[in-house]
Design a protein around this ligand. Structure first.
Ligand SMILES: Nc1ncnc2c1ncn2[C@@H]1O[C@H](COP(=O)(O)OP(=O)(O)OP(=O)(O)O)[C@@H](O)[C@H]1O
Ligand SMILES: [Mg+2]
Length: 463
């Protein structure tokens, strides 16, 4: 991610999200700014605060989708949290800091995965070496007389000549090593000491609640205290290779180094996507009720966004430079319903536009994972080819727009129910129609859907 230019980030997002250029651009700039900051001399680097963003827009227009795609692209620790979850019973006023702990956890996996990739070759080689020893236990080294000053002949044999047996064994080993490397021995079995992880079920009785806040992982601590049991087992070479490589990897990876890098990465490059922020908008002072807890949640989130230190089991994390991207529909509330301090922490605002029937047609057709492509692929597994004509896509888009206008505007989400309804019969009969190619045109769409759209009350429930 850090090396992608804003233009490249937008191009990548374009593959999945139609329109919303403004939002894509702003998000891309914010991400690129992280990289720019990294290039600054240290003295200046600390001065640059991230420019947090709020994405505002009606429901179903791509806010969460943008975040989801970003996270796939991101080389940076990235998490998505629903701000509304902090208002739920049992959460109120508690543990907003857990988002930073989660973010750190993501960073640790990210860095560990990087290390694994870097060390994989080395671990594989070591594993193969050990496998070879298992397949062909090395002969005990021929006993030679140890050097002894009183024995003029001992240890003074000059270069040891390789015995014929030894030479033969070396050759066998080489041949075996080559076969092993090519995977030709994968089906053979070897005996292996397998480490049994202490059963988690017995330890689940201890709850992590409370301790988690202190950054302590009880389960892990107990796990380390339990004696490691090993058991000798017969396994296929292919599996043994994986197990041994894993063991070697774990031995090679320096967890202290991983932790240090993960903490650095979280602090310098972490991104928190705060979804559904509109659900915590609203200020207190109006007596009891949900408003108070919403403001409470905002007050809890504020220090994290402003920059504070959160204790995690990997050490303290400073949130000064974590980037926050918030999103919300803001149907019932406005951005100005957020407490002023929080508003001030999100200087960049971008509005996502609601989608029209042209957009819906493009959403059905263009994205790499478009709904049409998904249904085609699903039915293809039954041997049924489905072609959806251009005029059919346009008819679907029009109906989507119409139902959105007349009932409730839920944006592109409506397309899911419409497509499902359109293809219901085909979906049901597909196994009996193997080998067929089905063409759906505008007339088919009208026939199937028009009646329902007409009966508006029904439309509300079905589409
Ligand atoms: N602009 C778009 N391009 C492509 N697909 C879209 C677009 N907008 C929405 N979708 C599709 O619609 C669905 C819902 O979109 P998304 O989850 O992004 O909504 P949202 O804007 O976060 O709404 P909410 O405010 O209700 O959370 C997704 O499955 C997504 O694939
Ligand atoms: Mg959403």
């Amino acid at each position: 991610m850090s090396v992608l230019t804003p233009k490249e980030i937008v191009e990548e997002l374009d593959k999945y999200i139609i329109g919303q250029t403004e939002a894509k651009r702003k998000v891309a700039i914010a991400l690129r700014n992280r990289w720019r900051r990294q290039q600054l001399p240290e003295s200046l680097r600390d001065e640059v605060a991230p420019k947090n963003i709020i994405m505002i827009g009606p429901t179903g227009v791509g806010k969460t989708e943008i975040a989801r795609r970003l996270s796939r692209m991101a080389d940076a620790p990235f998490i998505k949290v629903e701000a509304s979850k902090f208002t739920e019973v049992g959460y109120v006023g508690r543990d907003c800091e857990s988002m930073i702990r989660e973010l750190t956890e993501v960073a640790v996996s990210l860095v560990r995965e990087e290390m694994r990739r870097k060390l994989m070759d080395k671990a594989q080689a070591a594993a193969e070496h050990r496998l070879l020893d298992l397949l062909l236990p090395p002969q005990p080294v021929r006993a030679t007389r140890a050097f002894n000053p009183n024995d003029p002949e001992a240890g003074d044999e000059g270069p040891v000549a390789v015995s014929p047996e030894q030479a033969a064994e070396n050759r066998t080993r080489e041949i075996l090593a080559a076969k092993l490397h090519k995977g030709e021995l994968d089906d053979r079995e070897v005996e292996l000491d397998v480490r049994e992880s202490p059963s988690m079920s017995t330890m689940q009785v201890f709850s992590n609640a409370g301790l988690e806040e202190m950054g302590v992982n009880l389960q892990e601590m107990l796990g380390r205290m339990m004696p490691q049991k090993t058991r000798r087992r017969k396994v296929a070479v292919a599996e043994a290779r994986r197990m041994l490589a894993d063991e070697e990897l774990n031995a090679l990876i320096d967890m202290d180094e991983v932790t240090k890098e993960a903490v650095r990465r979280t602090e310098d490059a972490g991104i928190v996507f705060l979804d559904e922020i509109d659900k915590i908008a609203g200020r207190g002072g109006r007596g009891s009720g949900p408003d108070v807890s919403r403001e409470g949640v905002q007050r809890d989130i504020l220090p994290i966004v402003e920059g504070s230190t959160v204790v995690t089991k990997y050490g303290p994390i400073n949130t000064d430079h974590v980037l926050f991207i918030a999103a919300g529909a803001f149907h019932m509330t406005k951005v100005s319903d957020l407490i002023p301090e929080l508003q001030g922490r999100f200087p960049i605002r971008v509005e996502l536009t609601s989608l029209n029937s042209d957009d819906f047609a493009r959403i059905l057709r263009e994205p790499k994972n478009s709904l049409v492509k998904q249904y085609q692929a699903l039915l293809e597994t039954e041997g049924v080819s489905v072609e959806i004509a251009d005029d059919a896509v346009e008819a679907l888009a029009r109906i989507c727009q119409q139902v959105n206008n007349e009932t409730e505007n839920i944006g592109a989400r409506r397309l899911h129910t419409i497509m499902e309804y359109l293809l219901e019969d085909i979906s049901f009969d597909a196994p009996e129609r193997r080998g067929e190619t089905l063409r759906i045109d505008a007339a088919d769409v009208e026939k199937r859907l028009a009646g329902i759209v007409e009966k508006r009350d029904l439309g509300q429930y079905i589409l």
